[in-house]
Design a binder for this molecule. Structure first.
Ligand SMILES: C[S@@+](CC[C@H](N)C(=O)[O-])C[C@H]1O[C@@H](n2cnc3c(N)ncnc32)[C@H](O)[C@@H]1O
Length: 246
């Protein structure tokens, strides 16, 4: 999605808009069974906060470049919140699990950017660690539902009603470019952000993983761990360092 949530005001609506998440149990189970966990693009930190509340006793680190999102995350203690990305952070082979949730993976728009991310995740992970992330399956054509009729309305902490709508501008070679509009009867004008997401199929994803030294340990098509099919909504991957890498 566009990066409207960098804005501290709009970041306050993120958890309200994404309030019934199907991915929580899946990722929470992984986090609770790992000691040191890095959440890349942690946003408002919802996953790590839940893990701490559920009794995780190890190290939890949330990394995100958007100050607005981190301001929401920092409302909770007990997690290291770090501003930045894998290019700026100075971690070294210290995590048992790296997660990238909420389709953060789709922000990386070229093969080179993805290779950089995969290599960087490898560098912060212990040799026996795992990397879990998902990307929307292009076969499910999610962008066809990103229309104003499918907008969402939430009520902010101040009682203001806010509506969020998406409009797709183009779909070219797996790159979906869209606008995200926030509007409220209480605001003088709507706030519009524009951005692109990349849709990658499983074969191409796996080629990029292999090139960067990863092996796919588990693969699912939805959060209930059912297998990937051509029209599954998600391509969910748990990867581990491949043989001969390290
Ligand atoms: C859709 S939100 C997902 C947040 C969170 N992972 C979740 O599941 O709710 C995407 C997040 O990716 C962050 N982001 C943008 N560019 C990034 C980058 N290069 N590295 C890591 N995170 C990035 C944004 O700031 C935003 O918080």
């Amino acid at each position: 999605m566009p990066d409207a949530f960098e804005d501290a005001d709009l970041a306050a609506y993120y958890d309200l808009i994404n309030d019934s998440r199907a991915d929580t149990d899946f990722y929470l189970g992984l986090v609770l069974s790992a000691d040191a966990v890095l959440d890349v693009g942690c946003g408002t930190g919802v996953l790590l906060k839940e893990a701490r509340a559920a009794g995780h006793r190890g190290r939890l680190v949330g990394l995100d470049p958007a100050e607005g999102m981190l301001a929401q995350a920092r409302r909770a203690d007990g997690v290291e919140w770090v501003r930045g990305d894998l290019g700026t952070a100075s971690f070294n082979a210290e995590f048992d699990l790296v997660v990238m949730t909420g389709h953060v993976f789709q922000i990386f728009l070229t093969d080179d950017e993805v290779r950089e991310q995969f290599a960087a995740v490898r560098a912060v992970l212990r040799p026996d660690g795992r990397f879990a992330f998902e990307t929307r399956n292009p076969g499910a054509r999610a962008w066809e539902r990103w229309t104003p009729e499918h907008g969402t309305e939430v009520v902010g902490e101040g009682g203001e009603r806010v509506r969020v709508e998406h409009r797709v501008e183009s779909v070219v070679d797996g790159l979906v470019t869209m606008t995200e509009t926030f509007s409220s009867p209480d605001w003088p004008e709507p706030r519009v952000d524009r951005g692109s997401l990349r849709f990658t199929d499983a074969d191409h994803l796996d080629a990029l993983l292999r090139e960067t030294g990863w092996a796919v340990a588990e693969r699912y098509g939805s959060w209930d761990r059912s297998p990937l099919t051509p029209t599954s909504r998600e391509i969910i991957t748990i990867a581990r360092p491949g043989p001969g890498t390290g």
